[in-house]
Design a binder for this molecule. Structure first.
Ligand code: ADP
Ligand code: ADP
Length: 233
């Protein structure tokens, strides 16, 4: 059963008299448990598509159904609710709260979902253990390495048990060795049944995904299963 169905979506921006078709017509079906890399040159529409997939923005034409919910015409408040329930975000710049400990950063989404304090702590501790940070729970972001910060961000993305993880250049600020570690972590998370959509400019990073979608000029240029990953599995 598809988790994501987008049908002929478009997104245009109108600036004065200029109309920019950031997405012209994109159709995609993504099933539960897929690990998809979204690639393409700068300006091809990746960010616009990720914003729509992440319910930060809505298309100006077409339909987007996420986990059975038609989110195409939702208000900002409705989208915020869907985001909190369905989506875990991982960013290039980690986006952690600098004054809060790793534990508090991971527990934050649980405040919005109304979890009590004791359960928040328990779940955040378990999530940090799962990403290998059992001994870093009380550290603040500036007391952690880049790779550790991204692990905290991954734990936070997973805390509400989202239906999809959207990772936008998650290794963009990391060195090669740390990037490979973070991709290993995403592979483990994928192996547990999670659905991951990753944006990356780097071929090596995209090769960790099972499916590669390439965009150009607001269209999907290419969409194929990654043969390297499939021979291993
Ligand atoms: P990326 O690094 O994801 O390729 P871009 O360089 O395309 O991002 O754009 C950075 C941000 O600037 C976008 O997220 C978008 O909000 C904004 N932006 C891009 N192009 C325009 C434009 N022509 N007019 C106004 N804002 C733009
Ligand atoms: P990518 O992430 O692949 O670099 P984007 O989705 O950021 O591509 O941009 C696709 C096109 O839409 C580009 O031409 C960009 O300039 C334009 N664009 C993106 N965001 C905005 C915005 N907020 N306002 C106007 N134009 C935008």
């Amino acid at each position: 059963k598809p988790l994501i169905t987008i049908k002929d979506i478009g997104r245009k921006y109108v600036i004065g008299t200029e109309v920019i078709h950031a997405l012209k017509s994109v159709s995609l079906t993504i099933n539960k448990g897929e690990f998809v890399a979204l690639m393409g040159p700068s300006g091809s529409g990746k960010s616009t598509l990720m914003n729509i997939l992440g319910c930060l923005d809505t298309p100006t034409k077409g339909q987007y159904v996420l986990n059975g919910i038609d989110v195409s015409h939702m208000t900002d408040n409705q989208l915020a609710e869907v985001r909190n329930e369905e989506i875990g975000f991982v960013f290039q710049t980690f986006n952690l709260l600098p004054r809060n400990t790793a534990l508090d950063n991971v527990a934050l989404p649980l405040i919005y979902s109304g979890t009590n304090k004791e359960d928040r702590k328990k779940r955040a501790e378990a999530a940090l253990k799962n990403v290998g940070l059992a001994n870093r729970m009380d550290h603040k972001p500036n007391e952690l390495s880049g790779g550790q910060r991204q692990r905290v961000a991954v734990a936070r993305a997973l805390i509400n048990d989202p239906s999809i993880i959207l990772a936008d250049e998650p290794t963009g600020n990391l060195d090669t060795k740390t990037s490979i570690e973070i991709m290993g972590l995403l592979e483990d998370i994928h192996a547990k049944g999670n659905t991951i959509i990753l944006v990356t400019h780097e071929e090596d990073i995209a090769q960790h995904a099972h499916r590669i979608v390439r965009m150009r000029d607001g269209l999907v240029e290419n969409d194929y299963m990654n043969p390297d990953v499939h021979t291993v599995k």
